[in-house]
Design a protein around this ligand. Structure first.
Ligand code: BG6
Length: 481
């Protein structure tokens, strides 16, 4: 099935940090794919801006290599690549000084849609905003895209919001969380709010508990310094897992529009109970050389967690009494991101003790193999009497919608939303602050106690303590396959 492509308006997009890893690995390849699909109108300009004093030719050649490295060969049509590269421009710029800003102003081609992607160190976000404003490069209709991390805690997130607000209105600020751009995450909205089927069951009366798992096989790679100051709680839970939790737990918004959606998500974060220390497990992978956290992070005394599991309660009418278990970690057994809604036992079994009950589970798979499955009980086929069995009604999007299904990467979808001026899948300032306000006290507790994370083996499912977190409630994690 070929995805419908709706062209956007003519635009100028400036990528600050265009020679950096994110731009080369995700942003530019994503834009190429949108160009190849005909979504980007002729005459649009993508301007790379970075500190590196490279020539345009050098920038084009680096970008071409990045397309070759990060995209499958079948996507690289040489005419399309040439057409895309012809749309690119490059300006060396000093984010904290004056060099390059006049030049950038002169390269802008359209007054219509101007977007500025801040793919740089967070310390530069405020400088960029100020200079775009002072040099009159950004107009009232212009948009800025701000990468994560958005603050390190509540105080820094507030300060950053205030700095950006000095130069831009809230409707111009796109705080990116790439998890919101993932196809299945959006599908979660469709499943919940376009079907009558689940809503009557979507509450504490019928849902036993919810599990959100984001397991990675990678370690901290070359990002040791950043990661060691951050840890899984700040790097993943405060943003990605919190967003998934919001989408699962939120009330139906009155409309699929940015503020209606974000109002409902904010209510979920505000309804979170403080987490007790007994409901948090932190882990750190400890292996030999290559896959040892201390070696990879470059900090032999590190107490930073590369794994965290938590039990949360959303205190509102819908969810009171249903725990939400979240876990995420690096160097785990496999790469799996999923949300599982585990339903309660039927009130009465008519099939006797020989047919033990198995829970109904709705699983939303974010990656790999995006899709959904619903575990239900059926009768085992054959003449052996009434014997029950649980099976999965399994839908892989690729199988259901065709193998050639072209699912856009999260970044390409989100960048196009910026150009269209749609903030639905971006975080509002108050949402980010509320998430930090909830996360800060959790971190403060383990910092005050000087806790050391529990070691776990690389390639495992995480520390023992994470298993116990559910065992003590008579539950168990779904297997990380
Ligand atoms: C990033 C984190 O935001 O998300 C990384 O900083 C993490 O540490 C990444 O690896 C995971 O994203 P994805 O899309 O690969 O699940």
């Amino acid at each position: 099935m070929v995805a419908r492509v709706i062209p956007v308006d003519l635009f100028d997009l400036v990528i600050f940090g265009a020679t950096g890893d994110l731009a080369q690995r995700k942003i530019l390849p994503g834009l190429y794919r949108r160009w190849k699909e005909g979504q980007i109108p002729e005459g649009s300009t993508i301007i790379g801006a970075a500190r590196s004093d490279v020539t345009l030719d050098e920038f084009l050649s680096t970008t071409k290599s990045a397309l070759q490295k990060y995209l499958p060969a079948k996507e690289l049509d040489s005419d399309k690549v040439a057409g895309f590269l012809a749309m690119l421009d490059y300006v060396p710029i000093d984010a904290r000084g004056t060099d390059g800003w006049q030049e950038l102003a002169a390269r802008m081609r359209t007054d219509k849609v101007r977007a500025f992607y801040f793919s740089v160190a967070p310390a530069l976000f405020g400088d960029l905003a100020q200079r775009l404003h002072d040099h009159a490069i950004a107009h009232r209709q212009s948009r800025i895209v701000v990468e994560k991390p958005f603050g390190h805690d509540l105080a820094s997130a507030r300060a950053l919001n205030a700095t950006l607000a000095a130069y831009f209105h809230e409707d111009q600020i796109y705080r990116i969380d790439h998890y919101l751009g993932k196809e299945t995450v959006q599908n979660l909205m469709a499943v919940r709010f376009a079907n009558i089927l689940f809503e009557p069951l979507w509450n504490a009366q019928y849902v036993d508990h919810v599990q959100i798992t984001v397991a990675e096989t990678v370690g901290v790679e070359g990002r040791g310094e950043y990661y060691d100051h951050s840890g899984a709680m700040r790097d993943m839970v405060q943003n990605h897992l919190m967003q998934l939790l919001c989408l699962i737990a939120m009330e139906p918004p009155h409309h699929f529009d940015p503020d209606a959606m974000r109002d409902e998500k904010l209510k979920v974060i505000r309804a979170l109970d403080p987490v007790s220390a007994a409901d948090v497990v932190r882990g750190q992978y400890r292996g030999t050389d290559g896959d040892d956290y201390l070696a990879e992070s470059g900090n032999p005394d590190s107490r930073t967690e590369s794994f965290v599991a938590l039990k949360l309660h959303v205190s509102n009418w819908r969810w009171k009494g249903t725990p939400f278990y979240l876990r995420t970690g690096k160097r785990l057994k496999s790469r799996v991101s999923e949300i599982a809604v585990i339903f309660k036992e039927p009130p009465h079994s008519i099939f006797g003790a020989e047919n033990p009950w198995r829970e109904n589970v709705l699983v939303i798979r974010l990656q790999p193999d995006e899709g959904m499955d619903l575990r239900v009980m059926i009768k085992e086929p054959g003449p052996g009497g009434m014997r029950l069995k649980d099976v999965a009604l399994d839908m892989s999007f690729a199988e259901a919608l065709g193998d050639d299904l072209d699912i856009p990467d999260a970044y390409e979808r989100l960048i196009m939303d910026v150009i269209r001026g749609n903030q639905t899948l971006f975080m509002r300032g108050d949402e980010v602050e509320a998430a930090w306000a909830w996360v800060d006290p959790v971190i403060a507790v383990w910092q005050a106690r000087g806790d050391t994370p529990e070691p776990y083996e690389p390639g495992s499912t995480g520390p023992e303590g994470a298993l116990m977190l559910l065992h003590k409630d008579g539950r168990r994690w779904r297997e990380v396959r």
